[in-house]
Write a protein of this length. Sequence first.
Length: 46
Amino acid sequence: MISMNNRMTQQELADKVGVSRQTIIQLERIRYNPSLLLAHDIAAVF
């Protein structure tokens, strides 16, 4: 579920793409490059 301000939490995104919240944090910090499949899944959410 997206919160009232139309923003998504890290946990919500992680749940939608099937990864841990920690993975999303690492992606945001540019410490991890996603696989092509994960990048596609994240793009599909948005």
